[in-house]
Structure formats: C-alpha cells, structure tokens
Design a protein. Structure first.
Length: 331
C-alpha cells in the first residue's frame, strides 16, 4: 500500500478519462482500456474506491493493468492511497475492506502513510471491519455458488437468485458499509416486520437472513461469535402445507382443455409457456371454464385447487419418471 499527493496538474503520455461504474467482481474482470490510455472508474455505490485501468503502453506492453486506489483528504491535503493491482490476492471484497479501514483511520486522525495519528504520538489499534456488502459477496461466492466435484452448483439457481435478492434488499435497508458485527437482533426484527404486507416474502427474507448470519457464525468463517437471528420467529407465521396433486387422467386433461379455451397469453401460461403477468387474476376464469366442461360432460366437479398445485403435480409426475431431484428443482 502506497500513497501519493494529488498534484494540481500532471503531464503524462496516457489519455485519462473518468467513468462511473457499479463495482462487482464480474464487471471488473471484463474491463479493458485502449492502448496508451487510462480509464479511472469511480464506484457508483459510494464506497470511495477508484479502479485505474491502463491499456498497453511502453512500460507495460503485455496488456491492461487494474489498480485499486482510494482518494482521501487529511486536513487540507488530498492524497491517493494505492491498494495494489487487482489479482486473485486482491479481489474486490478485500479492496472494500481495506478502503473501510482507511476511512476509519481518517476519522481517528491516523495518517496511513506513517501509521500514527497526526495529533497524537501513539496510534490506536485498527480493527478490521467486515462490511455488510463485502461479507455478502463472500457469502455468495463461498456458500450460494459452492459447486460439486463435477462443477455443478450444489444449490438450485432459483434458490440462489431468490436468496441473493432478499439479502441485497436487506443490505440496501441497513447500508452497504455497515459493520456486520454491529447489526442487532432488534434491527432484523424491525426490518422483517416492514415486509409483513407480503407474508410469504417476509418468511423468505427471514430464511435468507438467518442462513446468512448462521454462515457468519460458522466455526470456519468466524466473522461473528453468534448469529443475531437465532431464534427469530417467522414474521408471517407458519404457512399452511399443501399436498394437492391433480389427477393426471382426468383433472389435468380438463385443466388443459380449459386453458386452450382461454385467450392468449393466458392460454400459453397455463400450458407452461410463461411467464406472463396476471397469473392469479385469471384463476377465476379458469375455474369457470372447468366448471362448464364438467357440467357439459356431466362429470363431478373438480375439488378446489391452486396455481401452485400445478407445479407440485408436475414435480410428482417427473419423480415417477425417475427424473433427478436437481432437475426437478431447476424446472
């Protein structure tokens, strides 16, 4: 880690341009710069990080170099701290942690160039801050994206996407730079209570947040001594379990014929061609068509069913055909 003053003007052969970018490891890995130019990307998330991408030049003819930097102001002096070149040893999550440490040092009036406070003879020890954003990135990389020996994901893509979506919403509510160790049980409970308008979504967010903090308290991770979400009840209460499967010989046939009688796009939706908005809104129309078919054919009425019962029915029938559980979940 090195520091340089920011001169009022610089003379260089490179052409320097500035751009804003929402930093992610995937986005950083794709960045390039034209030969003989430098592009400085400022993190649009407000972390304070700057990534300088240099194209091939006389000093470095092989390719682009990506260097993390942090501009800071100490008193009246503006300095830029160079964290190092982006590499497997210095990923985005590590750079964010180092940036948070530098900001902490600035608040405590500690000059990182000399490792001591500018106004006091002895420096106070600096504690590593595990920010919520950086910790979530680690959780996604090490837990949600964990793979089997054959390279396949251990968790289904649907579960991974939903869990990340709920956790990113939690991050937005509490703040990306929030220290994970300072998050209190009361804050988690209040956040989940704010989601009670949609009971199922609140329960899913509860499951995602509980899994995240349990991972943080794991013996191999040791970010937390104990999860603040332990013992938190589901905000939406226990959901009623259903085991309704439609009969493949009669009920599915009638539902299919009712779907064919519906206008596009809802006809396609009920025949598995979706997704289409308005799934729940047309359920009443489907029921009326089914009732008419049963009446015309003098059949007994089909017992009540829900849209999600179609998914359970499909999973049950695929299981009978010996489709693997992983493929069933992916469908």
């Amino acid at each position: 880690m090195s520091a340089t003053k920011n001169p009022s003007s610089t003379t260089t052969d490179d052409v320097v341009t500035y751009r804003r970018l929402r930093f992610s490891q995937a986005a950083i890995d794709k960045l390039t710069a034209p030969p003989g130019s430098r592009v400085k990307y400022v993190d649009a998330r407000g972390t304070g990080l700057v990534l300088e991408v240099s194209g091939p030049n006389r000093r470095h003819p092989k390719g682009a170099r990506k260097i993390f930097k942090v501009p800071l102001r100490f008193g009246k002096e503006q300095v830029t701290i160079t964290l190092g070149q982006s590499s497997p040893a210095l990923r985005l999550a590590t750079a964010e942690d180092q940036c948070a440490e530098l900001k902490f040092m600035r608040v405590k009036e500690i000059d990182p160039r000399v490792g001591r406070e500018t106004s006091k003879p002895a420096a106070e020890p600096i504690q590593k801050v595990d920010t919520l954003h950086a910790t979530l990135d680690r959780f996604i990389d090490q837990y949600l994206d964990e793979r089997n020996a054959d390279g396949s994901l251990k968790l289904s893509s649907g579960y991974r996407a939903d869990t990340e979506r709920y956790l990113r919403a939690f991050e937005a509510a509490l703040g990306a730079t929030r220290d994970v160790a300072t998050i209190k049980r009361r804050e988690i409970r209040e956040y989940l209570a704010s989601l009670l308008k949609h009971r199922t979504a609140a329960n899913r967010a509860h499951a995602a947040i509980s899994a995240f903090f349990a991972w943080c308290a794991d013996d191999e991770i040791e970010i937390l001594d104990q999860s603040p979400a332990v013992g938190l009840r589901k905000p939406g209460g226990n959901e009623s379990e259903r085991d309704r499967c439609l009969d493949e010989k009669v009920e599915i046939s009638i539902c299919w014929r009712a779907a064919l009688a519906m206008p596009t796009p809802f006809s396609q939706l009920y025949r598995g061609k979706g997704p289409v908005r308005g799934f729940a809104l047309v359920k009443a129309n489907v029921d009326r068509l089914i009732a008419k078919i049963c009446q015309d054919e003098e059949r007994a009425a089909i017992p009540p069913w829900r849209n999600h019962d179609l998914r359970r029915t499909a999973a049950t029938l695929m299981g009978r055909l010996r489709v693997t559980e992983f493929d069933i979940v992916e469908c």
